[in-house]
Design a protein around this ligand. Structure first.
Ligand SMILES: [Fe+2]
Ligand SMILES: [Fe+2]
Length: 199
């Protein structure tokens, strides 16, 4: 499916606010892709369609997830998490998307996970910092997003987990693994830099 058809499909099926958000994520993801050297076409599609699952009601997402054994028990219990993995499955079913990287970017965009691709990390961050986002702390993350991807991602995961903790919602283990992987990666880079300076 080409991008203009996807845009039209989305526009006709979601609220104006969610459409504006999706466009904002696409645009931000494209800017990040240019900064970090990632293929623009995949980024555009993943950014635009990351919330495709939200076309469907939570009851429908829940039923599809159950019928096809798509998610773990925690995800099944948390409406905010369900639209990402089920949305990826629906993109394949409805639009025939079979690119593994695009599907991963959509599937993991709410929790993140250790080891996910650069494309998926870009979509995760774009979802957090697109121009419509006004949550406290987002401005600081925007400032470093184009120069220090891992640090910006860590900021976004920290704020997401904080938000979830304060509301006594489920912290998915994938969010924890994603956060730990970022900390380890930042430490490693820092050590390499210090090692380099020592010589
Ligand atoms: Fe989402
Ligand atoms: Fe989103």
């Amino acid at each position: 499916m080409n991008i203009s058809k996807a845009r039209e499909l989305l526009k006709n099926n979601i609220s104006p606010n969610l459409f504006t958000h999706s466009m904002g994520v696409e645009e931000t993801a494209l800017r990040l892709a240019a900064a970090y050297g990632v293929d623009g076409e995949k980024v555009s599609f993943s950014g635009l369609m990351h919330d495709y699952g939200k076309i469907f009601s939570n009851d429908i997402l829940h039923r599809i997830a159950m019928e096809n054994a798509l998610v773990d028990d925690l995800t099944l219990q948390e409406p905010a998490l369900l639209h990402a993995p089920v949305g990826a499955w629906l993109l394949k079913r409805d639009l025939g998307i079979d690119d593994g990287e695009i599907l991963e970017a959509v599937r993991m965009h709410t929790t993140g996970v250790a080891g996910m691709s650069l494309l998926a990390r870009i979509v995760y961050l774009a979802d957090y910092i697109e121009p419509g986002r006004t949550c406290p702390g987002v401005k600081d993350i925007r400032e470093i997003a184009f120069s220090d991807l891992d640090r910006a991602l860590l900021g976004a995961v920290n704020l997401t987990i904080k938000y979830v903790l304060e509301r006594e919602k489920i912290v998915h283990p994938n969010s924890i693994s994603f956060r730990n992987s970022l900390i380890l990666s930042l430490r490693k880079n820092n050590q390499e830099l210090q090692g380099y300076e020592a010589y």
